[in-house]
Design a protein around this ligand. Sequence first.
Ligand code: NAD
Length: 489
Amino acid sequence: RGAAFARPPEAADLALPAPALDAPGTGEGQTLVYAAREEPFAFVPHTAPGEADALVAAARDAFETGPWRSMPVTERAATLRRVSALVRDHADELARLQTLETSIVISQSRGMHVARTAENFTFFADLLAGHSGESYEQSGRYLSIVTREPVGVAVLIAPWNAPLVLASMKLAAALSLGNSVILKPSEYAPLAVLRLAELVREAGVPDGVVQVACGTGPGIGNALVSHPGVDVVGFIGGTETGKRIMASAAGSLKKVGLELGGKSANIILASADLERAVDGSLMGIFAGNGEQCLAGSRILVEESVADEFTARFTARTKALKVGDPFDPASEIGPMAFAAHFEKLLAFGETAHSDPAYTVLAGGKRVEGMEKGYFFAPTVVEACDNSTTLCQTELFGPFVTIQRVQGLDEALAIANESEFGLASYIWSDDLPSVMRARRVLRAGTVWVNTPMARDLRSPFGGYKQSGIGRDGLPGSIELFTEEKTTLIPQ
Ligand code: NAD
């Protein structure tokens, strides 16, 4: 089901792929709004919950009778490499679609997100080539052979904040291992994923192996997650949604992988290279407009360098260029959609009105930008880790700074959170870094660097940040079943 574009902003400039310029549809669906100008530009029809049966039946049929799962792995790997090549060939188009619907600035959509999307497909193609099974001799009497098989029909649910990277990571993993996939992008950002799915088919993935369902969580999302014909759900999104998904999936005991929210601590010790810590902390919170699960949104800085760090960090924050996401010079775009912008304004209001906080920058709409969901990059000093702004995932360009006496206090505060997705530490003192690495209750610890990822290593959350891991070996575990065959000898 194609999206109907109503008034794409300066379509010629954006070089969109010849969109149908229909008027917004009248059925169930979502009107997408270009956040920089608050202008509707596309209408995406929604898949009705009642269509879940047909989607699942088609996916099951492709899985049971189609060629995908039984294809020689070299052929499947070659198909995934073709997807990767097509993603690179269509890099501008994909980046522009994603920027249009999410307002991630074009330099990041093009430079980081599309590149990573292409890499996700080559990574899993390479994995296939090196994949091997295990076997065990039992006292010379039996041979146990352990093989992995695809799980079957996988429903993959993606959030709006980084649709290409996140959807492709799950999609490439599930496909490489032979599953059939029903992809449900966010209702706020379905366009780049719809185009990606077209490229996947163009690369030669057979009919029925990849289908896309557009719509809301309570609608088609829940219909798919609770469907008894679905074998596994790979979910990326908020923690509260994750809990609902787990409950819905429990009805037929599906496998579930949950990549959820975060409130990651970013520890800066006196032993850090301060300039590097300032640079990395800016990227840690403001990349992707701050709308990132792994954002380093709680800065914990050692008292002896707190004044200097805070002054430099705040000055650099105020100098960030907020603007139209299609302007190559923009470093931060508007918030993705109106309700999210309103939520951030309310948090900004809390910061300004509650004496528990001191606002050092932002906390409101960018001055002079009356149109568009432009939230000013925000730095708030906080003295109590139990307060709302230190505990809630704000999911925007909004960071708190807390002063700590030393490493022990930093680690205690870092772990005082319901989340445990990631953490950052800046220090040139190896024993401090190693102690932090041991004590931090988080799935990733970044040391003197922000956000680098290597798909050979796991990514995921402790505590309420998730269950399971993306990357290796978590992706293989989620999208395969293990089978043991015993043979007497
Ligand atoms: P969300 O939970 O509101 O929605 C995510 C997806 O789930 C959407 O496609 C939505 O339509 C769908 N959904 C909602 N309710 C559903 C239901 N009952 N059944 C089935 N599907 C349902 O999250 P969001 O606002 O789109 O994304 C932001 C959140 O995602 C943040 O909390 C962020 O931290 C998290 N996130 C996590 C990771 C990670 O890797 N851990 C990565 C990116 C984003």
